[in-house]
Design a protein around this ligand. Structure first.
Ligand code: NCD
Length: 307
């Protein structure tokens, strides 16, 4: 059997994503059924960049499947600090683990890593490029909140240039019908041309671009807020100037739909005030929980395990 990796969200077909969502929903209903699914299997989490939710949800997912985990949470504690290449690190870890989730600051690093691995590689975020498992988390949350993955208007707000979660989610939603995309960002942080051209224009999908969250708000069914990605800026002054462009607070939500679904991959900095957490439309803490269940479904799929 050939190795299945998840480097880009389009490595999974729309049908496979539907199956993962169905499995995750079954896990939520019947967790005991899955508690030994990955007994004696090992997941390695190799994080060359900071993380809270992604790494811990992967580890929590594997433990809930009866498997075990190993890995590192910063490059400095691995032989990367001695000058080892990603290829050699992955070659090594694939001798010890059955599956690897890796995050790396360089775009394309997980793809390169997969060439050196004897076990499945999962991209847990590569630079400002992609983040397919956050997209699975987002899709599960949308499915649970809206009961469907098609026919809605979604606004992406904030750092659309460096925000890898938005790139992967736009890619996934471009395969659904009836999605209207609204991109809300400062001019400096607009959706990259390669996404607009290769994903949207190529498939004849319409989108709007605006700098005004207020103007976009009334039409939205889903609002996907993002953090300005400080670590990807070349100079501090630009970051400071742009970081608080959008701050979602209860007042800005007054003209929004009553069944708006507010998502954010987290961590948030200033872009959603804590007072919004009490609004029933805030779904980002549900997203955090869902991240574990969809990763359980994904680990089983890539290991070829069915229960
Ligand atoms: C995101 C990421 O790492 O890209 N976080 C996450 O994985 N939940 C978003 C971010 O860091 O802003």
């Amino acid at each position: 059997m050939s190795i299945r990796n998840l480097i880009d969200i389009t490595d999974l077909t729309v049908e496979e994503i539907d199956q993962l969502i169905a499995t995750a929903e079954d896990i939520i209903e019947n967790p005991a059924k899955y508690q030994d699914a990955c007994a004696h299997k090992q997941l390695a989490t190799l994080f060359f960049e900071p993380s809270t939710r992604t790494r811990l949800s992967f580890e929590s997912a594997m433990l809930a499947l009866g498997g075990s985990v190993l890995g590192f949470s910063e490059a400095q504690s691995s032989s990367t600090a001695k000058g080892e290449t990603v290829g050699d690190t992955i070659h090594t870890v694939s001798c010890y683990a059955d599956i690897i989730a890796m995050r790396h600051p360089k775009e394309g690093a997980p793809y390169a890593a997969a060439q050196f691995s004897e076990v499945p590689i999962i991209n847990a975020g590569d630079g400002g490029h992609n983040h397919p498992t956050q997209t699975l988390t987002d899709l599960l949350t949308i499915h649970r909140e809206k009961g469907r993955l098609d026919n809605f208007t979604i606004g992406f707000c904030g750092d659309l240039k460096f925000g890898r979660t938005v790139h992967s989610l736009v890619n996934a939603l471009s395969r659904q019908s009836g999605i209207k995309f609204v991109f809300i960002s400062p001019d400096e942080l607009k959706m990259p041309d390669y996404i607009k051209e290769n994903v949207l224009d190529k498939n004849g999908l319409p989108y709007e671009e605006t700098t005004s969250l207020e103007e976009a708000m009334p039409a939205l069914d889903i609002l996907y807020m993002t953090r300005v990605q400080k670590e990807r800026f070349f100079n501090e002054a630009d970051y400071v100037r742009l970081k608080d462009t959008y701050v979602l607070d209860p007042e800005k939500l007054v003209p929004a739909k009553s069944d708006l679904c507010i998502l954010h991959p987290l961590p948030r900095v200033n872009e959603i005030t804590v007072s919004v957490d009490r609004d029933p439309r805030a779904c980002y803490w549900k997203q955090v929980k869902n991240g574990k269940f969809i990763r359980m479904a994904l680990i089983m799929k890539l290991l070829g395990i069915r229960v």
